[in-house]
Ligand binder design. Sequence first.
Ligand SMILES: Nc1ncnc2c1ncn2[C@@H]1O[C@H](COP(=O)(O)OP(=O)(O)OP(=O)(O)O)[C@@H](O)[C@H]1O
Ligand SMILES: [Mg+2]
Length: 371
Amino acid sequence: MKPPGATLGVLGGGQLGRMLALEARRMGYRTIALDPTVDGPAGQFCDELIVGSFSDVDAAVRLAERSTVVTLETEHIALPVLQAVEALRPLYPGAAILGTIQDRLSQRRCLDSIGVPHTRYAEVTDAASLDVALARLGQPAILKTRRDGYDGKGQVAIRDAESLKAARALLHQQPCILEAFVPFEREISCIAARSLDGHFAAYPIAENIHRNHILHATIAPARISAETARNAEEVTRAIAEGLGFVGLLAVEFFVLPDGTLLVNEIAPRTHNSGHFTLGACATSQFEQQARCIMGLPLGETTLFSPAVMVNLLGDLWLDRTPEWELLLGLPNAHLHLYGKAQAKAGRKMGHLLLLGSDIDASLRTADEIVR
Ligand SMILES: Nc1ncnc2c1ncn2[C@@H]1O[C@H](COP(=O)(O)OP(=O)(O)OP(=O)(O)O)[C@@H](O)[C@H]1O
Ligand SMILES: [Mg+2]
């Protein structure tokens, strides 16, 4: 166990790193982040910041040398950087696991080998293999770049001749996988942690509503049966154990109308759909991540109150100022802003957590705020 006073290093300095730094510092740890931006969300809260890109091995080595243990807030870190860090300090999750998850194809193959149900997919490298894959998986289908995707970036839904042309253009730039389109009833995620000594703890399952492929709102607990919730937790446990994962992870699922679950993807880190845990649960996902990597006992994952989390995207800032008085005057609402200098359409600027047992009322409030 690394007691408070030790230094937690984090690769990445966005909002996930910021909330990790907030929680870790509250617990008495020192924090240091690596990020390309000088005054980013985490840099404003860490004890130290090293400015460097996610492919800068020298910068990462400096971070590792000043850290007791290292973790990350984004999986888009170059493998040589992860390996260099791991050669110097414990890195959780480790470079080998991250290498598998970074690439959608190797992530899918890993899910195959663990034996959990996930979306049908095919590897595609050129126009000919795309045609073969489309014939097998049918249309509509979704072409996704194997690497570096987030918030739906690097994806094309193929449903007609025009989108097929766009898909071919995407494929020309980067290797991809094709996924069958899933006519899901809802999307859910399981936020969970696995400690160094193999203990596993999951939070109550969350339900996610996306708009334009970006998470709009999360409802906790998800409006699903107890059996579906148990299945999602068991699949998440199988993945964490199958990978030998240490740290905080999120598994995204599609729920079909008959209750069948399909894994969409694994995030080897804290997750936007787990923000409700900070404010609604006994232990936040960020404290849990710190506990995992520092070798502390896992915290309780009890949900104290039903919650709705709504993302505040840069669009809210574009033609007006957000209605702060209204937002801050809401009972049982907690505002989180990430300290980003510039608002852009689709950029996550903050979120609002609405606590209370009336989920429908919270959802209505969320829709009034983010129209
Ligand atoms: N095969 C699919 N069938 C139906 N909808 C899909 C499929 N793949 C993705 N989507 C929709 O697009 C959203 C984003 O997809 P995905 O999770 O693959 O993207 P991402 O870029 O990795 O996003 P993030 O990292 O923000 O979760 C999904 O949550 C879902 O709403
Ligand atoms: Mg996703």
